[in-house]
Design a protein around this ligand. Structure first.
Ligand SMILES: [Fe+2]
Length: 286
């Protein structure tokens, strides 16, 4: 192997050292990186001084990219890049009422990117450009390890259930944004298996998180109790890794096998800008 792999925790995450993501990786190295990623769910690459084009090129080695459909979240002219930031174009801090600030707060709930889509995202990659001095970590939880740790009765109970994911469910508490009917129609609720079989590893994973609204055929009260219980179980510290960002860090994660959330920081004072690329899924989950 042309690089080193160091696990970040016993259950999730590995750091790869020795690769320079500014240059294209050959197919053999890329296949090895992919295997490390599948084995560890998230991979950290530190000290990567890459620009958007290099991030896009590396991300395309994982798969076809999603395009960001909200102009306020894009880098202008680069629909592949989602900006996770509290900064305006001129690097001043956004006012708290800015719709993007609301989106940032929503990303503090555990979720899997694009799980509210019929064909949800396979992977996401975040590259740190500007980081706050304190707080603002990102946490990741391993949904395959969480599934494995369930008792047999729960596994049997949930194995064949269908869960409905709904973007507007996870945004129901949003104070500042009123969604139009047109916007709602563009992202209708979607059905997924509550227990997904990972298409590459074959492992079973819990597919819930904050977009999960209800279980098909179950009274809403019971649905909520089950989803909340699974989310709580799956995000216990023993299944998670918390990343403190340094400029140049790149993290690649598997949305099919991980939940993640951004932790709060003093967004009225400290600056943060992470650039995300998102690898699209290639088929529905059902
Ligand atoms: Fe996210």
């Amino acid at each position: 192997m042309d690089f080193s792999v160091t696990p970040l925790t016993p259950t999730i995450g590995a750091e790869i050292r020795g690769l320079d993501l500014r240059r294209p990786l050959d197919d053999n190295i890329m296949a090895q990186v992919r295997q490390v990623w599948l084995d560890h769910v998230i991979v950290l690459f530190s000290e990567q001084d890459i620009d958007d084009a290099q991030q896009i090129a590396f991300s395309r080695g994982i798969g076809t990219l999603e395009l960001i459909n909200m102009a306020a979240l894009q880098v202008p002219g680069k629909p592949e890049i989602y900006r996770a930031t509290n900064l305006n174009e001129d690097d001043t801090i956004m006012v708290p009422e800015h719709p993007v600030m609301q989106t940032n707060r929503d990303n503090q709930k555990w979720h899997s990117d694009s799980s509210f889509k019929h064909v949800p995202a396979t992977a996401s990659l975040l590259h740190a450009r500007v980081v706050p001095e304190s707080d603002g970590e990102t946490e990741f939880a391993n949904m395959a390890a969480a599934y494995d740790a369930l008792d047999d009765a729960t596994k049997e109970q949930i194995d064949d259930l269908i869960v409905v994911h709904n973007f507007y469910w996870s945004r129901r508490g949003v104070d500042a944004i009123a969604f139009t009917e047109e916007e709602k129609a563009a992202i209708p609720p979607v059905r997924h298996p509550l227990v997904r079989v990972h298409p590459e590893t074959g492992r079973k994973t819990i597919y819930a998180g904050s977009h999960a609204e209800s279980i098909e055929g179950m009274p809403q009260e019971d649905s909520r109790a089950l989803i909340d219980r699974l989310n709580e179980h799956a995000t216990q510290p023993r299944f998670t890794y918390r990343h403190k960002w340094r400029v140049g860090d790149m993290i690649l994660w598997d949305n099919r096998a991980a939940l993640h959330r951004g932790l709060a920081f003093d967004a009225a004072v400290q600056k943060r800008r992470l650039h995300r690329t998102t690898v699209a899924g290639n088929r529905p989950t059902l």
